[in-house]
Design a protein around this ligand. Structure first.
Ligand SMILES: *[C@@H]1O[C@H](CO)[C@@H](O)[C@H](O)[C@H]1NC(C)=O
Ligand SMILES: *[C@@H]1O[C@H](CO)[C@@H](O)[C@H](O)[C@H]1NC(C)=O
Ligand SMILES: *[C@@H]1O[C@H](CO)[C@@H](O)[C@H](O)[C@H]1NC(C)=O
Ligand SMILES: *[C@@H]1O[C@H](CO)[C@@H](O)[C@H](O)[C@H]1NC(C)=O
Length: 513
């Protein structure tokens, strides 16, 4: 109010002018205070007329289609402009004048605007349980959603509804070519939507059954690293989002952004509205990320992503840490590969790429990856060795144990017989046979104890077992070879076949590798 006052030391002429100006100002303000009558013609919800309204108050007008509900609009004062103005009306309660068609295919002619977007997505959600979700329907849904992302404003409710639609589709686990074509579209749209959602608080999160999205706007001055973690009570569902400043130890999926990413957060420190946003997403389903070019590898974790608005984060010195829980335990110790979703792979259909991501740690339950850029991350398991199912694996193990056991048993009997009966042991043929049996028995023994010994997870022990296995296998083969040489000498060169120290030489050849 200071500027309406005139200082006493001012000249009288100026004083009069000053008082006049102040009066004019006051008059103007009172005249402008209040919003004038305003008509609103809407294409889908009918025409509304807003009466003169005093500032800082809200007026309600009955909806055209459902008069029991009302549209609200508030009249507010702009401090800078010193005048009142109408805010955008809130017409979410008002129904569309015309009913939306009862099939997804017929929705293609409906043009999406801010006015009907919420109604249309709600309607799609309502139609989904009866939808076939074939190529055509999926394409229409994708097109509608991308129209929505084009709209200027996106409320949290709208984002939630759109994610619920995607969630529904993902949970159907459609694994075909049509679906692959819209993966790219879905990923790009959710990303864009995340950044567009209007919010007044520092962060927003949208969680559906299997999808989670979090958008934060951290203060770059205080940024000291940020971790996003997802926990779940039911294999990728019933999600819960948490954020903290250091790494998550136990989470279904988490991403940790190092402190050095501060440089990407923009320099508009003073104005919180102009700081860059960080977006994290979680996909509790693998059906969206199919890569036909993979032969032996499969995605065996859920997918998590991180990005910074309007920034392409590449070639970081300090890596981004991605921790992913395996969907099924990696019991077979299958090789793991840390990967990111490469939108350009497979002629634009997208696929997994290992470039820039390294495996830092892995065990049965978790894999930790270091990546030098921000995208969608996952972990592939090389199933070349574990393609056999668990039950088949058990049966095969049992069979080989039974076989080896029987073989060892009879080899043992043979050895015992030869060792106890001096008479049968005397000639060279039986001595060679004895050695062959010994080599085979040892081979069987090592093979049988193999899995027990390796279960200690001692590299030294593992190497020893492998060496023994190799040694006895070679020994067995050599003794077989010696046996045939012996038969050759005995049967073909029957007469001049005397070799001095025959068995000693054989032993050297047979056991000395
Ligand atoms: C519009 O009104 C509904 C309830 O009438 C409310 O839930 C919603 O938050 C409002 N939307 C906006 C943008 O104010
Ligand atoms: C969002 O911010 C509010 C207040 O700043 C905080 O209480 C809440 O825990 C945050 N939520 C997430 C998921 O970060
Ligand atoms: C993986 O990504 C890198 C970097 O983006 C690219 O140079 C490379 O060609 C990609 N590999 C494949 C197999 O697409
Ligand atoms: C993996 O998880 C199972 C069950 O949750 C647990 O018993 C086991 O000790 C874990 N293994 C490792 C190596 O952490």
């Amino acid at each position: 109010m200071k500027r309406f006052l005139c200082r006493p030391e001012q000249y009288s002429a100026k004083k009069v002018f000053c008082i006049l100006m102040a009066a004019a100002r006051l008059f103007l303000l009172t005249a402008l205070v209040g919003c004038s009558e305003r008509s609103l013609f809407t294409r889908y919800k009918g025409n509304y007329s807003w009466p003169v309204t005093s500032p800082a108050s809200k007026k309600e007008v009955s909806c055209r289609k459902n008069p029991l509900q009302s549209a609200q609009r508030s009249c507010e004062i702009s401090i800078e402009l010193e005048q009142a103005f109408w805010k955008k009306p809130n017409m979410t309660k008002c129904k569309l004048l015309e009913k939306l068609p009862n099939s997804i295919l017929d929705l293609q002619d409906i043009k999406l605007t801010e006015e009907n977007a919420q109604d249309v997505v709600q309607h799609i959600l309502y139609l989904l349980p009866d939808a076939t979700l074939d190529a055509e329907e999926l394409e229409i849904i994708a097109r509608k959603i991308s129209d929505i992302v084009e709209l200027a404003d996106m409320s949290v409710t709208l984002a939630e509804t759109v994610l619920s639609i995607l969630d529904y589709i993902l949970l159907q686990e459609i694994e075909d070519e049509n679906f692959r074509k819209i993966t790219d579209c879905i990923l790009r749209m959710t990303e864009e939507m995340g950044y567009k959602v209007l919010y007044t608080e520092r962060n927003i999160s949208v969680i559906t059954t299997s999808l989670a999205l979090l958008v934060l706007r951290p203060d770059p001055r205080l940024f000291g690293g940020l971790a996003f973690g997802i926990t779940s009570y039911n294999r990728g569902m019933d999600l819960k989002i948490s954020v903290q400043e250091n790494l998550f130890r136990k989470a279904l999926a988490s991403v940790f952004l190092p402190k050095s990413l501060k440089n990407f957060l923009g320099i508009e420190y003073s104005d919180p509205d102009r700081r860059s946003k960080i977006q994290f997403k979680f996909f509790g389903t693998t059906s969206l990320f199919l890569d036909d070019s993979l032969t032996m590898e499969r995605l065996k974790t859920y997918v998590v992503s991180a990005s910074i608005e309007n920034a392409s984060v590449q070639n970081l010195n300090e890596p981004v840490t991605v921790t992913l829980h395996h969907i099924d335990q990696n019991r077979g110790n299958a090789a793991v590969h840390c990967v990111f979703w490469d939108f350009g792979k497979n002629n634009g259909l997208g696929g997994w790429n290992t470039s820039g991501c390294e495996m830092e740690y892995t065990d049965m339950n978790y894999t930790i990856c270091f990546c030098n850029h921000l995208t969608h991350f996952g972990v592939l398991l090389d199933l070349a060795r574990t393609e056999i199912g668990v039950t088949h694996d058990h049966i095969l193990t049992l069979l080989s144990y039974a076989g080896c056991g029987a073989s060892s048993f009879f080899l043992g009997i043979t050895l015992m017989t030869y060792l106890t009966l001096e008479k049968v042991r005397r000639n060279n043929t039986s001595k060679i046979l004895l050695n062959l049996c010994a080599a085979l028995l040892m081979l069987n023994m090592v093979f049988l104890t193999n899995s027990w010994l390796t279960s200690f997870n001692q590299p030294g022990l593992c190497i020893t077992v492998a060496m023994l296995l190799h040694y006895f296998l070679l020994a067995a083969f050599t003794w077989m070879c010696l046996e045939s040489v012996h038969f050759y000498l005995a049967l073909v060169k029957v007469f001049n076949a005397y070799v001095p120290k025959y068995i000693l030489k054989c032993c050297i050849a047979g056991w000395d590798k």
